[in-house]
Design a protein around this ligand. Structure first.
Ligand code: AMP
Length: 109
């Protein structure tokens, strides 16, 4: 038996989340512990543990284009962040892109 990732359980509506975008390949949700006034996660429904496992250029392109589309719709100006592996700060082993923004005044690094 394989266990589902946290994000697969959110996609399956087994765990609640605030969904801001969804199509057949991706979902975007509000981060439960936001590190910016607006903090979203763009998550591929096709599971990979970390972004550098994605080798298909169209799959990689669709992920980034979806993140950019959601970020432009939700924010206009934004920061995209990807944590890769434990040493890169990744806590959830299911590829995702962070969208951060909405700061008033100086933007923290
Ligand atoms: P990372 O450290 O790059 O793996 O990012 C994982 C992100 O998932 C963190 O910013 C967490 O706050 C967020 N997170 C964890 N659990 C949930 C949840 N149930 N719903 C929404 N976001 C979550």
């Amino acid at each position: 038996m394989t266990s589902l990732t946290l994000f697969e359980r959110i996609i399956a509506r087994d765990i609640p989340a605030t969904v801001v975008y969804e199509d057949d390949k991706f979902i975007a949700i509000k981060d439960i512990a936001p590190k910016a006034p607006t903090h979203l996660l763009v998550i591929p429904k096709k599971v990979s543990t970390r972004i550098d496992e994605i080798v298909d250029p169209s799959e990689m392109g669709e992920l980034w284009l979806t993140a950019i589309k959601v970020a432009r719709e939700q924010l206009g100006d934004y920061r995209l962040v990807v944590n890769v592996g434990k040493g890169g700060g990744q806590e959830v082993p299911h590829t995702h892109i962070h969208i951060l923004g909405g700061w008033e005044g100086p933007v923290p690094y």
